[in-house]
Design a protein around this ligand. Sequence first.
Ligand code: NAD
Ligand code: UD1
Length: 338
Amino acid sequence: MNVLVTGGAGYIGSHTCLELLESGYGVVVIDNLCNSNPKSLDRVMELTGKTLKFYEGDVRDEALLRKIFQENEIGCVIHFAGLKAVGESVSQPWRYYDNNLNSTLVLTKVMKEVGMQNIIFSSSATVYTADNEMPLRETSRTGGCTNPYGWTKYMTEQILSGLATAEPEWSIVLLRYFNPIGAHESGRIGEDPRGIPNNLMPYITQVAVGRREMLSVYGNDYDTHDGTGVRDYIHVVDLAKGHVAAVKFAMEHTGCEVFNLGTGTGYSVLDMVNTFRDVNQVALPYKIVERRPGDIATCYADPAKSREVLGWTATKTLADMCRDSWNWQSNNPMGYGE
Ligand code: NAD
Ligand code: UD1
């Protein structure tokens, strides 16, 4: 069976293409390369020894989508394509709503036309409200997002779950990712952010490789074991395997189901710094600075539903995540640009 992967050249998409190919699926990718490099797909093919089909273009291009569905027998869609920089979404809200919402609307319109209504969507733990008890369950409160990026995830969940309520032939899986980090253990594919990274791990690896001077730790006065923010970091290969499990689930069920993809364990910023240094034996200068607006103290998942229903559990450790992130960065100091 072929899976159409939107945004397949990106960080999580490329790792998922690899796991899909390894699991015997055919893979068709559509990506406009607005935040990725097609070398990621070449390397996926090189690592698996298998080919995938790539269409360069925008998911909002209805005619292109029709052509893709005509030229390929698609059994399921994984919809990664989207813009994801929180700060940028505050300064460019229209662009974020246009890209992230219209891509889903056009995609589902064409899926309905061709009668193929199985879709997995990349949602985020950002849809949970800040006042929830930890760990976060799929039934925890959602909404109250603090930026347009978060609202696009929340609204897309509403659009897709509404479709499933109205039209019983849909099979929809909403995956709420926690904090994906790490890279394939080969060091051939990984995260290649443009500009200054917003997220912790790419910032750490760029400091370690000498591209940035020092890590700023945003606050050490949170109510956590060492005062720094705690998150549920998950290895991107575990996350990718979660998508393979979700495809299987989507093919066997209808309706709309939500799953957390996290490990269930939280680590602080200083836990990350210390583990990264110990595992990789590299220097990692840092300084404590003010809290970052919008951050919360602690966020981690209850992954029980994914374990029980999808039969999926994250197996990689924080040491694996730190080692593989560094292996990617040190072998590709300029990402795919070199
Ligand atoms: P990424 O930017 O590496 O990948 C997204 C891909 O989508 C890129 O290759 C980009 O070129 C492509 N794209 C964007 N808009 C497109 C469009 N209109 N048409 C075609 N292609 C388009 O990001 P990622 O980290 O791999 O994230 C994948 C998905 O998971 C995104 O939807 C993101 O919001 C979501 N997500 C990511 C994280 C994270 O921490 N990385 C956490 C939660 C959710
Ligand atoms: C952030 C986004 C979230 C998005 C997720 C994945 C915010 C407020 N939240 O989550 O909406 O879904 O990325 O893209 O932007 N940290 C530092 N120094 C740094 C970077 C981060 O100390 O240079 C700290 C943060 O304060 C936080 C932790 O590291 O405690 C993780 O930060 P980050 O990687 O940005 O992820 P989130 O804030 O969880």
